[in-house]
Write a protein that binds this ligand. Structure first.
Ligand code: NDP
Ligand code: GDR
Length: 362
């Protein structure tokens, strides 16, 4: 039997790494697009690396960028993929306010470039397409919980760019009969999560505070509410969406909501440390626990327009795809804390033996 061929954009990111692993375990030949960087940027997928000099490789990397049409057309022509997973994006909501034009180019027009490549190469009937859409589309929420039919109200340049990506995917499905789907995924985290997203920032800082490598953690809006799942569970859905008889869009979420403050408390509990809350009126709310870890509100992390609350309704995915999330909030926090404690222990060892440790207080 010939092996299925998949192409993943954003293969070096959190989801890209989990998805590549999943597809390889299912017997796929997996191609990934990585960006050229001045330092190695393949940490998350190094365990999957295969020597380019040996035959019959099933994991192959290509240099590329979502802002370069010629590059995308060439790679897709060469690879002739059965499935494309478009995970690449400038994915940080706060940073999108600093780089709005680039974000629109990569996250919005980048999606169009891939769909056009499929069309230009005459692959409409062969290649299935997954678009990494987001709960950020709901922004200023119009309905609770949010489901596939809830109206969108994006609140950042990132979300507006992703809105274009969402609709161009729907349009190419309807106009050209491409099997194209949007996964509207709510926040999903893991030990592989980027260090500047709030969950990883918290687990990493508290683990270091536990070991005396730093004193404080600076955060923005502690009251923001999110529906947090595990990335490993969510990439399974990305694959399932491309295995159906007809292409459809799906909301993927846990249906349970916690605040940023809840996340801090859950991580502190795992590490058995108490928190002292400071700044922006938090003391007045009676949160000062005189603890070891100082969590301080820093307005620099507030966004010009915030998404205060997100809560997903994954009923359609449960019914049509038979999917339920496997990891609970507590299990997720526990795994992230455990992994960050291991790396803090490595830094502690280095420090004890006379080398300067990095200051990760960002
Ligand atoms: P990451 O930020 O971890 O990964 C993003 C990936 O995109 C990285 O491989 C990055 O490369 C790559 N990338 C960025 N810009 C470009 C570009 N111009 N050309 C090519 N590649 C590029 O994101 P996640 O893995 O968390 O998310 C995957 C996708 O899902 C993203 O599109 C994100 O917006 C979306 N999403 C994520 C959710 C989440 O909670 N994680 C929820 C909903 C949607 P490099 O490593 O070089 O930076
Ligand atoms: P989000 O994730 O914006 O939901 O986007 P992030 O973890 O950045 O923020 C979640 C909430 O926490 C608040 N917050 C902070 N956020 C960061 N990054 N740093 C802080 O110090 C901080 N303090 C409080 C934020 O204001 C926000 O309310 C993620 C990304 O993965 C997107 O790509 C994806 O589309 C959505 O999830 C679903």
């Amino acid at each position: 039997m010939t092996k299925k061929v998949a192409l993943i954009t954003g293969v070096t990111g959190q989801d890209g790494a989990y998805l590549a692993e999943l597809l390889l375990s299912k017997g796929y030949i997996v191609h990934g697009i990585k960006r050229r960087a001045s330092l190695f940027n393949t940490d998350r997928i190094d365990h999957l690396y295969q020597d380019p000099h040996v035959d019959n490789k099933n994991f192959i990397l290509h240099y590329g960028d979502l802002t370069d049409s010629t590059n995308l057309i060439r790679i897709i022509q060469q690879v002739q993929p059965d499935e494309i997973y478009n995970l690449a994006a400038m994915s940080h909501v706060a940073v999108s306010f600093e780089t709005p034009e680039y974000t629109a180019n990569a996250d919005g027009i980048g999606t169009l470039r891939i769909l056009e490549a499929i069309r230009i190469l005459g692959l409409e009937k062969k290649t299935r397409f997954y678009q990494a859409s987001t709960s950020e589309l709901y922004g200023l929420v119009q309905e609770v919980p949010q489901k596939e039919t809830t109206p969108f109200y994006p609140r950042s340049p990132y979300a507006v760019a992703k809105l274009y990506g969402y609709w161009i995917t729907v349009n190419y499905r309807e106009a050209y009969g491409i099997y194209a789907c949007n996964g509207v995924l709510f926040n999903h985290e893991s030990p592989l999560r980027g260090e500047t997203f709030v969950t990883r920032k918290i687990t990493r800082a508290l683990a270091r505070i536990k070991l005396g490598l730093q004193d404080s953690l600076y955060l923005g809006n502690l009251d923001a509410l999110r529906d947090w799942g595990h990335a490993k569970d969510y990439v399974e859905m990305q694959w399932l969406m491309l295995q159906q008889d007809h292409p459809e869009d799906f909301v993927i979420a846990t249906g349970v909501q916690y605040s940023v403050r809840d996340f801090v408390n859950a991580a502190a509990k795992e590490l058995d440390i108490a928190i002292t809350w400071k700044g922006e009126g938090v003391e007045e709310k009676g949160y000062d626990a005189n603890g070891k870890a100082i969590v301080q509100v820093d307005p620099r992390y507030f966004r010009p327009t915030e998404v205060e609350t997100l809560l997903g309704d994954p009923t359609k995915a449960k019914q049509k795809l038979g999917w339920t999330p496997k990891t609970t909030f507590q299990e997720l926090v526990s795994e992230m804390v455990r992994e960050d404690l291991k790396s803090a222990q490595r830094d502690e060892l280095v420090k004890k033996h006379g080398f300067a440790a990095y200051d990760y207080n960002e």
